[in-house]
Design a protein around this ligand. Structure first.
Ligand code: HEC
Length: 202
């Protein structure tokens, strides 16, 4: 009889113990080390405030998240999937490198109406303000430069640049001209090269 009582007590306490842990309705129940379930929701593009937290390991103290960034930077040299053509192994601002690009690279895009149209579009957005609609170096911004600084595409200076060198100039910029490699993607740059050739002849 006594042992039956004991069993009752044990069963009751076990139920009580477990039911206390179970979440239900508004009650989250008892959680052990809740950090493990509920992680802190950092905004990816924000700086975190508690970057001062540190851990000490073998006598050395390390700041957790020293730079306070929530998102990590990719490992140096990382190339996003499908972006291999963004690699451009020619040093900027070097006439030999510009010529090497001219020798080694050729336009991978066929000269089609569609590529020329796209080239015109990107040219009009990015280049025409200085180089002018027709590439004569007379865009509204171009006119503010000392006379003759923005070259006309009808000159020998441009005729002598091979497609690869034009691509180099668009990607890295040249002397007084800024770089467009971060503004327009490789396909668009080659389309612009087609369009420069078109302007040179027309
Ligand atoms: C803000 C004005 C400006 C814009 C925009 C601009 N350029 Fe230029 N560009 C210049 C100037 C200035 C030069 C002359 C640079 C020098 O020699 O100092 C130049 C030079 C060039 C040259 C000749 C480079 C050489 O090696 O002689 C080419 C080709 C060229 N630009 C193409 C482009 C193309 C294509 C775009 C658009 C993607 C563009 N530029 C946008 C100002 C501009």
């Amino acid at each position: 009889m006594k042992s039956l009582k004991l069993i009752y007590v044990a069963a009751f306490s076990a139920t009580a113990l477990f039911s206390a842990c179970v979440s239900e309705g508004e009650d989250p129940g008892v959680e052990y080390a809740p950090d493990m379930y509920v992680s802190k929701g950092y905004e990816p593009y924000s700086q975190v405030a508690d970057q001062e937290r540190s851990i000490t390991f073998q006598g050395e103290t390390y700041l957790i998240n020293k730079d306070g960034k929530t998102m990590r930077e990719p490992v140096e040299g990382t190339i996003a999937r499908g972006k291999l053509d963004f690699i451009f192994n020619y040093a900027p601002g070097d006439v030999d490198e510009k010529e090497r690009a001219g020798r080694e690279l050729s336009n991978p895009l066929p000269l089609t109406q569609a590529n020329l149209e796209a080239g015109r579009r990107h040219y009009n957005i990015n280049c025409a303000p200085c180089h002018g609609d027709k590439g004569l170096g007379d865009g509204l911004v171009g006119q503010k430069y000392p006379k003759g600084l923005v070259p006309s595409y009808t000159t020998d200076r441009i005729h002598n640049l091979k497609d690869g060198s034009l691509y180099y100039v668009v990607t890295h910029g040249w002397n007084m001209m800024g770089a467009y490699g971060k503004m327009i993607n490789p396909t668009e740059r080659w389309q612009v090269v087609h369009y420069i050739n078109y302007l040179e002849q027309n």
